[in-house]
Structures are given as C-alpha cells and as structure tokens.
Write a protein that binds this ligand. Sequence first.
Ligand code: NAD
Length: 312
Amino acid sequence: MALRGQGDPARRPDGGVLRMTADVIDGRRVADTVRNETARRAAAFRERTGRAPGLATVLVGEDPASRVYVANKRRSAAAVGIADFHRHLDEASSRVEVAAVLAELADDPDVSGILLQLPLPGGIDPSDLIELIPVAKDVDGLTTASQGLLARNRPGLRPCTPSGVIRLLQDAEVPLAGAEAVVVGRSELVGRPMAQLLLQEDATVTMAHSRTRNLAEVTRRADVLIAAAGVPGLIGSEHVKAGATVVDVGIHRGESGLVGDVRADDVRQVARRLTPVPGGVGPMTIAMLLANTVTAAEAQHQALNRVGGEGQ
Ligand code: NAD
C-alpha cells in the first residue's frame, strides 16, 4: 500500500480540482519485501540443490559510477544468499577478451545470472556482447531473445526497472486492467519493456517519445503515467490528469541531490500517487535483479532435471 496522503482528489463545485497531496509510493519498503522473499527463495534453492544461486557481474574499466553500481549489486546479492562471481576486466580489454569472459560464465553451471555493466569504456558497442549471454542467464532481460519472449508474452526474465515499476503499482493496488497508461520514453532498457509489461496487465498503452507532438496533451490522458525520458523536471502538473498515478523513473544528480523527470512539488498537487526520487523506482531495480537471479537458478535447475528425467 502507498503511504496515505490526503486521499482522492476533491472536486470544487465548479468541477475544478482542489489542491491535494499525492500519496507517496515507498519503493524502499517494497524493495525490502522483494529482497526478503528472494532471500527465502535462495535459501530454499540451496536446501534443494546444495548450492547457492550465483550472480556474475562483469565490470570493464574504472568508471566511478559503474564501480559503485556493481559494488551495490554484489553487496545486495550477498545479503540475500546469492553467490558472487564478479569479474573485473582492465580498461584496455578488447572485445575478444570481454567475449571470452562472457563465454566462460555462460558455460559455468554455478553461474545462474550474468550482468554486463554498461556503459563499456572506449565507446565499445555492447550490443553483440550482450547477445553472448544465454537467455536463461539474462538477468537484465536485455538480449534479443529475452525481448522476444517479452514481446510474445512468453515466460522469461524481464528487465529489472520496468518489472520493478509493475511490482510497485501492484503493491499500491493501482488498477491497471483497462487503465489508460502513458509511457514517456522508448528505450530498450526502460520505455519499450515498460509498455509491454503494462499491456500484459491489460492497460491501454500509449508510448510517447522525443518526437511526440504536444506531450502534455498525450500524458494528460493517463491514469498511470510513467516518466522515463531522462530529462530532469520534464513532467509538471500541466502534464498530469487530476488523480493520476505518476511513476518517476528518471534519476539525475543535481546540485541539491538526486532529482527525477518529474517536478515533484508541482505534480504532487494534482496526482493521486507519486513515486519519489530517491526512494521510488531506484531501490526496486536491484531488488528485481536479485529476484531474477533466483528465478534463473530455479529455471535452470528444473530444465536440468527435465533433461535428466528424459534420459532415464
Ligand atoms: P534513454 O536516454 O535511453 O531514453 C530516453 C527516452 O526518452 C528516449 O526514447 C527518448 O525518445 C525519450 N525522450 C527524450 N526526451 C524526451 C522529451 N523531451 N519528451 C519525450 N520523450 C523524450 O534513457 P533510459 O535508459 O530509458 O533512462 C531514462 C531515465 O531513467 C534516465 O534518467 C535514467 O537515469 C533513468 N533510469 C533509472 C533507473 C532506475 O533504477 N531508477 C534505471 C534505468 C534508467
């Protein structure tokens, strides 16, 4: 459930909407719940198989932000009982060297999930390298195979940030079936999979992007508005229908700390619910990565048993 604010938008006698304060959707609390569930599933997996689910994080070079992200992922994985298979490659590593490490991890039965931290140094295009991650170990959900499974609504590992958003919306009991959902942003990492996942929840989905004409007119249709444009403060109250749920995926380091794509002080006067930055979508991304790693371990174990069973 969301933390309670002032509740439903109050209507003025003339039909306008009185100022309200949106409920805050608390991503830290929901992420804690997902981490606790994941720790229980990891323990059950260990009991059943005699080994822990394993996450391989591959970091190339010394980019300070990437080092911090990978350290967070490794620490969070260890805290829920996931084994650490970290590989740190030199800044000057060639594509072939990175490919060799990915191939080795792909073959290692103790590695359940592989995460290639992006961006890669020296402008190396990661597209072909990502494809070396087997679909069963693609815990970021970024390979063409994983995206194909998502597009066809078949079981598979889903990208962490958009699946975290769905989990937040479900936890806050936001009705999605039949709802008008607008996603601002069409990246492969966030916007596109977000739209697919909302469609699978039976929302009526519109995707807006940098070429969309009259953005505010489009976003004001939304019962559920997802801001994932990567533009600080893009979304203001003029973009939001009264009573809408607004999810802010953007993260930007400003002078006064982290800010999102949404002008929160303005939008909270109109919206019914709002995710904060920080403490909204951000904590969900790592939590869903851990959940995906255990899901991958379970699916690989089941697949092995099926093959073993067929051979008997
Ligand atoms: P991206 O730059 O790859 O994609 C941005 C998308 O927004 C593009 O499709 C573009 O068409 C659209 N866009 C850009 N300007 C626009 C405008 N003025 N109006 C409408 N659409 C516009 O970015 P991304 O990787 O999808 O990330 C988006 C944001 O989400 C970034 O701020 C990123 O830091 C953040 N992010 C957060 C998390 C998290 O864990 N919270 C995870 C991933 C990304």
